[in-house]
Design a protein around this ligand. Structure first.
Ligand SMILES: *[C@@H]1O[C@H](CO)[C@@H](O)[C@H](O)[C@H]1NC(C)=O
Ligand SMILES: *[C@@H]1O[C@H](CO)[C@@H](O)[C@H](O)[C@H]1NC(C)=O
Ligand SMILES: *[C@@H]1O[C@H](CO)[C@@H](O)[C@H](O)[C@H]1NC(C)=O
Ligand SMILES: *[C@@H]1O[C@H](CO)[C@@H](O)[C@H](O)[C@H]1NC(C)=O
Ligand SMILES: *[C@@H]1O[C@H](CO)[C@@H](O)[C@H](O)[C@H]1NC(C)=O
Ligand SMILES: *[C@@H]1O[C@H](CO)[C@@H](O)[C@H](O)[C@H]1NC(C)=O
Ligand SMILES: *[C@@H]1O[C@H](CO)[C@@H](O)[C@H](O)[C@H]1NC(C)=O
Ligand SMILES: *[C@@H]1O[C@H](CO)[C@@H](O)[C@H](O)[C@H]1NC(C)=O
Ligand SMILES: *[C@@H]1O[C@H](CO)[C@@H](O)[C@H](O)[C@H]1NC(C)=O
Ligand SMILES: *[C@@H]1O[C@H](CO)[C@@H](O)[C@H](O)[C@H]1NC(C)=O
Ligand SMILES: *[C@@H]1O[C@H](CO)[C@@H](O)[C@H](O)[C@H]1NC(C)=O
Ligand SMILES: *[C@@H]1O[C@H](CO)[C@@H](O)[C@H](O)[C@H]1NC(C)=O
Length: 700
């Protein structure tokens, strides 16, 4: 009987290949020989035989034995790896056993037996298995990946009429097309994802048909927990038809996100969509789901959370995905404090706490996720600053009908669209002066916001400013005075330090006292220039030096006069110590001091000595007519800025006079510095014209 059914079924299946259900397989086109069975024990062990006890290795077989008393698969079944079909329906088989050897098996029919469990090794090696019927058994347990895996290609699966209580997603879905998977008439309450698999977005699962009918499902499966990361992908990911008829599915918050998907997706996945009606909750019982969707009644798809799920005993907690909110209603429950916990949710809370006896608005952790808070008609005495801080996502806030002694100032900064303060009584003094401004600016209806004041009794908050402005003015005056005092202090102390910080060198130059030059130095002039700048060199050789020599100055020119073997730095320091005037030829190349440490060192010592010894001079010739902003070095910049540099932009002969005047001549030491007199006398004996004599011959 069963045999005949499945022969017929096979033919049906073949014709389905072209239908859009899926079904993708080809079979070995041979006529198999029959195997026969011999019972060996009373508990149903058997032995398989061929008709004449011999067979060729390439021969294909089939084993059909229905309505027997077999307790096991034939013990020698692995002697026949070429079996392509086994039909042992209507027996008493309790274990499938190890049939990994049957690598050519295409059809396995075990309906109406006594199987209790299928683990994920049972069929794992049967790569050619296309038809598997384990319906009407006592299967309670299925391992994940027991009936669908990467190397399995079971096109037709019948696991109906068993005792499964849950079903793992890994046994339902198959990548690529398949014909049918029947899990109907079990006791499946929910679908699981025990291995937490994620569906691969690059793989199409199905198409195919899955029968889930007549299972006592309590909840619509939450596909997001079943490996579908993004519900909007569901339609492309699963090309399944699910049959959920007779499952008494509850029309609740778990189904709502699914119903929000495009209707084509729902129709594709849910084949009998048009016939399904809600069986729960009572207000939706018997209503057809497509009608509810068309009537835009998704707001009715809610879940009520109970105490076990974290809802406070006195309250009603309702999750409403269509509005992305979680309602907590604790209205009029005589509560004297805020609930400590609320159920976890991915949505925002809307809290109704009105008509209670709460005195303190505690800063509970969940306030950060509250978008609507109705706390009207309580007995607030205090609202904590922290509470208002946590309410930074609140859109609607009602504190009406409360006597609030202390309203935190930071309530002004709440981003709320609406704040209801009708019939609120505050305690007001100069510290709450801000309230009237706030009411004004935020356009909060201020009609009936009252203030209890010390001297004026209860007044309307809007009049607070008029009444208290006189009393609070003193305070204002004091603060104004403080402000002015502070500003003055800043000007007095801040400005100088600002100036000193930014114009330190300018100030040093401007306030430096120059004493008359004295003739106790070995050199009159230390010439600092960029010796690689040809223009400068030519000008110095042809113009400046001859001119200065006329005045008999003793001039030191580093490159020329530097004694061989001496380190530049020491040399510069030694000579500068013995020089009266530091003459800088400021050119663009002079300032590019990278790789020109010499001029930098010269500057360092010259500057240092210039400020230690008021007899010394620095004369700067701005050879390239450089503007201040091009000068980076702060000391040189300061020189240019205070106008101490001699501009040489046009290189006109007249300027040489200025240079000479700036260098000036030295005076013999006068009496004001008696301590150094003897030294001075010795120095005076030195020959004067030695250096200048050599100058012209050795310039580049
Ligand atoms: C045994 O039977 C098979 C067919 O089942 C046949 O092909 C084979 O030749 C037979 N062998 C002998 C020895 O008769
Ligand atoms: C099943 O039998 C095969 C040999 O046919 C063996 O390699 C394998 O380990 C067995 N599997 C189990 C789970 O015993
Ligand atoms: C087989 O099932 C067990 C649970 O019974 C599971 O831990 C294991 O990962 C599964 N193996 C495969 C290959 O899926
Ligand atoms: C699965 O098997 C049951 C009982 O054997 C049968 O009633 C049902 O039609 C089968 N399902 C399919 C899809 O063939
Ligand atoms: C059909 O199955 C074969 C192998 O069984 C596979 O190579 C092919 O991709 C499948 N076709 C589709 C459309 O999945
Ligand atoms: C399935 O139901 C069981 C028992 O009701 C429950 O423990 C389990 O968490 C549920 N699994 C899912 C994925 O809902
Ligand atoms: C899917 O394919 C894209 C590109 O083809 C690849 O970047 C991505 O990693 C793949 N995702 C998975 C889960 O394999
Ligand atoms: C669905 O509910 C109906 C009536 O309440 C009941 O007769 C039927 O057995 C339930 N179905 C399942 C699968 O629990
Ligand atoms: C889900 O997918 C849709 C379209 O593919 C995309 O617009 C949306 O941003 C995705 N959502 C998430 C949370 O990834
Ligand atoms: C849908 O709305 C129509 C009228 O607006 C009403 O007659 C019908 O009962 C509603 N259907 C459901 C399922 O609520
Ligand atoms: C809510 O989540 C927190 C951590 O995120 C966890 O500690 C707590 O147990 C959860 N509460 C409930 C009722 O699930
Ligand atoms: C405030 O609550 C009390 C009961 O606690 C109630 O009698 C009264 O009507 C409520 N007032 C308003 C304005 O809601």
């Amino acid at each position: 009987m069963g045999h005949a059914t499945f022969e017929l079924f096979s033919i049906m299946m073949l014709s389905m290949v072209s239908s859009n259900l899926g079904c993708n397989y080809t079979r070995i086109a041979v006529l198999p020989s029959d195997l026969f069975l011999e019972y060996t024990t009373v508990d149903g062990a058997t032995y398989a035989l061929t008709s004449n006890n011999t067979f060729q290795s390439e021969e294909y077989f089939r084993l059909v034995h229905n309505n027997g008393v077999m307790g096991y698969m034939p013990t020698n079944i692995c002697n026949f790896p070429n079996i392509i079909k086994i039909d042992l329906s209507y027996n008493r088989i309790r274990y499938v056993g190890n049939i990994s050897c049957l690598v050519n098996l295409e059809e396995l029919y075990l309906t109406q037996n006594s199987l209790t469990t299928i683990d994920n090794k049972t069929f794992s090696q049967l790569k050619k298995l296309l038809f598997l019927d384990i319906s009407v058994n006592k299967i309670k347990h299925l391992d994940p990946f027991a009936l669908a895996a990467s190397n399995l290609n079971i096109q037709y699966l019948n696991a109906s009429y068993n005792q499964l209580t849950s079903l793992d997603i890994t046994n339902i879905i198959m990548s690529g097309p398949f014909c049918e998977r029947d899990f109907s008439h079990n006791t499946i309450k929910n679908l699981t994802n025990v291995l937490d698999i994620l569906l691969n977005v690059n793989v199409t699962y199905g198409p195919g048909m899955v029968y889930m009918s007549n299972n006592p499902f309590e909840k619509w499966p939450d596909f997001r927990k079943l490996g579908v990361q993004n519900l909007t992908m569901l339609g492309t990911l699963l090309e399944f038809g699910f049959d959920f008829r007779g499952c008494n599915i509850s029309c609740d918050c778990d189904m709502e996100p699914f119903l929000e998907l495009a209707e084509e997706v729902i129709k594709k996945i849910w084949r009998d969509y048009f016939e399904v009606e809600c069986s729960r909750p009572p207000n939706l019982e018997g209503k057809l789901i497509p009608d509810l969707v068309k009537n835009k009644s998704l707001d009715l798809f809610v879940c009520t959370k109970d105490v076990e799920e974290g809802c406070p005993v006195e309250c009603i907690c309702v999750e409403q995905p269509s509005k992305s909110r979680f309602l907590v209603d604790c209205k009029g429950k005589d509560l004297s404090e805020w609930p400590r916990y609320l159920p976890n949710t991915s949505f925002v809370y809307e809290l109704n706490m009105c008509d209670n006896k709460i005195t303190i608005l505690d800063p509970r952790y969940y306030l950060e996720k509250v978008s609507v808070l109705n706390a009207a008609n309580n007995s607030f005495q205090r609202i904590e600053d922290q509470t208002i801080e946590r309410l930074n996502n609140v859109k609607n806030l009602s504190l009406s009908y409360n006597t609030i002694y202390y309203l935190p100032k930071n309530i002004q900064y709440l981003p709320s669209q609406s704040i209801d303060l009708r019939n609120v009584v505050l305690f007001c003094d100069c510290d709450t002066f801000w309230v009237s401004d706030w009411l004004d600016v935020r356009h909060i209806s201020s009609d009936s916001i009252f203030c209890n004041t010390e001297h004026h009794g209860r007044i309307e908050a809007i009049h607070l400013k008029d009444l208290l402005s006189h009393e609070c003015q003193k305070l204002d005056l004091t603060s104004t005075i403080i402000c002015i005092a502070l500003a003055t202090a800043i000007i007095l102390f801040g400005l100088p330090s600002f100036l000193i910080y930014n114009f330190k060198y300018e100030l040093m130059i401007l306030f430096r006292r120059q004493d008359p030059s004295i003739c106790e130095y070995d050199y009159d002039i230390y010439l600092s220039l960029d010796e690689e700048n040809d223009t400068v060199c030519v000008w110095i050789r042809q113009v400046l030096l001859p001119y200065l020599q006329n005045f008999g100055y003793r001039i030191y020119l580093p490159l020329r006069d530097c004694l061989p073997g001496k380190i530049a730095e020491e040399e510069a320091r030694d000579i500068l110590r013995k020089t009266r005037c530091f003459l800088v030829i400021l050119s663009e190349s002079y300032l590019q001091q990278d790789g020109r440490p010499r001029t930098e060192i010269e500057w360092k010592y010259a500057w240092d000595m210039y400020f230690k010894d008021r007899h010394r001079k620095i004369v700067m010739i701005n050879f390239d007519f450089l503007p201040t902003k091009l000068v980076q070095q702060r000391q040189i910049k300061a020189f240019v800025r205070v106008g101490k540099a001699l501009d040489f932009g046009n290189r006109d002969g007249n300027h040489l006079d200025n240079v000479q005047r700036a260098i000036g001549s030295c005076k013999k030491r006068s009496t004001y510095d008696k301590n150094r007199k003897s030294l001075f006398n010795i120095r005076m004996l030195k020959p004067r014209n030695k250096v200048t004599f050599e100058l012209q011959n050795s310039m580049p």
